[in-house]
Design a protein around this ligand. Sequence first.
Ligand code: ADP
Ligand code: MG
Length: 558
Amino acid sequence: MPKKATLQKTKELQPLEREYQSSRGYWQAIIDCLDDELMVIARDLCLTQVNAALLKRQGSTTAKVIGRHCYEVSHGVTEPCQPPLCECPITRVWDTGKPVRVSHTHLYDTKGKSRVRYFDVIVSPLRNSRGDITEVVELIRDVTEVKRLEQQIREANQNLLALNAIASTVSQSLDLDTILNSALDKVLELMKGNTGGILLLDEESQTLSYRVYRGLSKEFVQEIDGLRLGEGIAGRAAQLEKPIYVDNISEDPRLTRSVVIKEGLRAFTSVPLRSKNKVLGVMNIASHKVRRFTAEDIRLLNNIGNQIAVAIENAKLYNEVQRKEEIRGEVLNLVISTQEEERKRIARGLHDETSQALTSLAVNLEAVIAILPSDADEAKAKLRGVQALAVKTLDEIHKVIYELRPTLLDDLGLVAAVEWYAENYLEAAGIKVHVETDGLERRLPAQIETALFRIIQEAATNIIRHANAGKTSLSLEFSETSVAVHIKDDGKGFDLDEVMRTKDSGRGLGLLSMQERAELMGGHLSIRSRPGLGTRIAVKIPIAQEVADGRDKGISGR
Ligand SMILES: Nc1ncnc2c1ncn2[C@@H]1O[C@H](COP(=O)(O)OP(=O)(O)O)[C@@H](O)[C@H]1O
Ligand SMILES: [Mg+2]
């Protein structure tokens, strides 16, 4: 065709083309591009129009579906839709003239397996130019996948909440039985059950026994005691380190203990409690009624099991540390009291033998000097020198004796011993001391007096050796339930962190020993010091109530 003629033809066709676009074909194209299924339904519920999505799902053709009832085509049933699964929205649209939205649940039977699909259905009225409803348009959206995802999110959320609840339950205590009891209660609450228990693995015998349980008879728990790894369901779960669940344990061939049948248990699940690849026990959740544990339940229980295992491990470690701490305290106490006894013995030995021998030496020398002839001046002078040496040595021996074990402490108590010590050591070293007491001054248990005296002794020695102080103050405060001591100096101070960090052998041990002694008495010692600003040491030791009340007379006696 010549070019000019073609153009002419196209021009003529343009209005027709526009008409075509507004025609049925154009609208069909629009409805066919929809992903959702669409049907146009007449008053008699017969289809007048459908889109490609519907034909595709039905595997049908337009010719085969037009004129048939919507319920036949859509659901393959011979009766109109009925509530509750499928409420028919169409009559409501005809009645009200308003769009209606409903959700439909369709059950399919494919190869003997029933499947469920969910649909959102929106039906809107189609009106003519006068505004009368002539037909309705039904839009059907398959929301099965969305529902499945929603369900998954809901379950994941519930699981997270459950795990969170367990985590906060088990983290509230470090006591093993408290943890296990509260964890079990929480799990049963989550599983909406009332029967179950936690068995722990005895490392030595490698057997499992119930530690906590609910809804099980005593007889059952006793009979199950000492379950070997690999034995029964729980033993297997522990050995395989995998959860096991059965619908009816009473009929399970793996059963080894008949008490399970007697107990009337049916649904049963056992999950290992694993921490750091080590099985610490198992958790059993059971039911006397038929019940199904879903794969989701088992996954959740398994995760909970891991959490409980971590809590068990923590509790065990904590107990171990506590036990070691107790042993350390006992050993330290023993060392300190042995040391005190030894000091006492040496002090007594020095006093009874050395100091008495020196005293009689000095006295005898005096006597010898007295009876020497008056012209023996040289001999007298020499003897006087020897006698002075004996007296001086005696003095030093007394100091040593006092350092070792001040008799004043035993005889007159802490305040007198501290006053004597301050005067003879601090004042003697040129440091002014102010000693003051406050409260109900009284004798305290020997252990407390000794601990406080040794702390003051160490603090005073440090002041003399390191502080370069001009003044110190020592205060002792007695209250009903405690005794507190404050030792202050105006010396050069020091950096406590730096002292504790240094690896100098021995440096810092004096400060540590003060702390240890206070803590052994159930008390507390704090050191505050800064270079240039002096040092303050505060100790507080509780006094047991029976002692404070004076009920226990024995303790304060020496
Ligand atoms: N009152 C004090 N004034 C200044 N420095 C102090 C005082 N007490 C302790 N120190 C510092 O703390 C260090 C640690 O004291 P300590 O543990 O008793 O060990 P040591 O006396 O054997 O050095 C001392 O070496 C000293 O530097
Ligand atoms: Mg020291």
